[in-house]
Write a protein that binds this ligand. Structure first.
Ligand SMILES: Nc1nc2c(ncn2[C@@H]2O[C@H](COP(=O)(O)OP(=O)(O)O)[C@@H](O)[C@H]2O)c(=O)[nH]1
Ligand SMILES: [Mg+2]
Length: 258
């Protein structure tokens, strides 16, 4: 039995992770692949899908708030750490499925996934070798040059922290106009265009900061902030996720960050 591929969907709150995790899971099934959907968000109140495995069976935000007398923020942090503690148990359940793909919906707030050491533990426990991530950028943020740079920084930071191959996508692309998409594509293709748009958007000291940041990003990722567009509404770009998985897992390359 081939080891299954783990695909994590991450991004800021409300960027469309849960919806896309479910859309991708369904798309895989229609293509004849077997996939298992895992909810890793202990704070989810209502989910737009029925998961195969739900972390809330082990760790639930509401219960933690009651049990430890914590507010939602403290409980989120406790939950993130409890999640890592329970990961081996969850892994046992995952292993009962014989499947090609495991898709993971991650906690609502990105910082819980990016900045807690527990996420690295979870990814390692579930098997890091065949793991990759789909990082979603919020379209309303990414359509402005300053927001695009900020989102890119978040994506890079996440990749740096978790060090698994990452595909960066603008989510809910159906909400963007054709012009907005073209503009973002031009930034993504050439940072020179991004720098020009930044200069138009802001002035003075903030502009200087933006340009210095851009230079640092350019050095880090070689001048290309390549992004794809995806929409759970129109199913645009769903296949790009699959192609990325193939590229990473079939290419015979080690699963190092790109
Ligand atoms: N127009 C549009 N709305 C979307 C799309 N994906 C998600 N949404 C909406 O965005 C909101 C947040 O989505 P959700 O998946 O819960 O985001 P999460 O917090 O990142 O898990 C919900 O109201 C969704 O219906 C999309 O592709 N297009
Ligand atoms: Mg969600």
């Amino acid at each position: 039995m081939e080891e299954s591929v783990n695909v994590y969907f991450a991004g800021t709150a409300g960027c469309g992770k849960s919806t896309l995790t479910s859309a991708f899971d369904q798309w895989l099934e229609t293509q004849g692949y077997d996939s298992v959907l895992v909810n890793l968000d202990p704070g989810a109140e209502a989910l737009p899908y029925e998961s195969d495995i739900d972390i809330r069976e082990w760790v639930k935000l509401r219960d933690i708030m009651d049990e430890y007398g914590l507010g939602p923020n403290g409980a989120q942090i406790a939950a993130a750490d409890l999640l890592a503690l329970n990961a081996p148990e969850v892994k046992k359940v995952i292993d009962e499925f014989e499947t090609d793909y495991i898709v993971f919906d991650t906690p609502g707030q990105l910082e819980l996934f990016t900045f807690r050491e527990s996420s690295n533990k979870i990814i390692e426990c579930f098997g890091k070798d065949k793991s990759l991530m789909c990082f979603l950028m919020d379209p309303m943020l990414a359509r402005n040059p300053n927001g695009f740079v900020s989102s890119l920084l978040l994506a890079i930071t996440t990749n740096f922290r978790l060090s698994i191959p990452m595909l960066t996508m603008i989510s809910k692309s159906d909400l963007l106009s054709e012009e907005e998409i073209e503009r973002i594509q031009s930034w993504s293709a050439d940072f020179y265009n991004l720098q020009n748009s930044l200069t138009e958007q802001v002035s003075g000291a903030q502009n200087q900061v933006s340009i210095e940041l851009l230079k640092a990003i350019e050095t880090t990722i070689g001048g290309r902030g390549q992004v794809e567009f995806v929409s759970s509404e129109t199913m645009t770009g769903i296949e790009d996720i699959y192609d990325f998985i193939q590229e990473i897992t079939m290419g015979g390359e080690d699963l190092e960050p790109r």
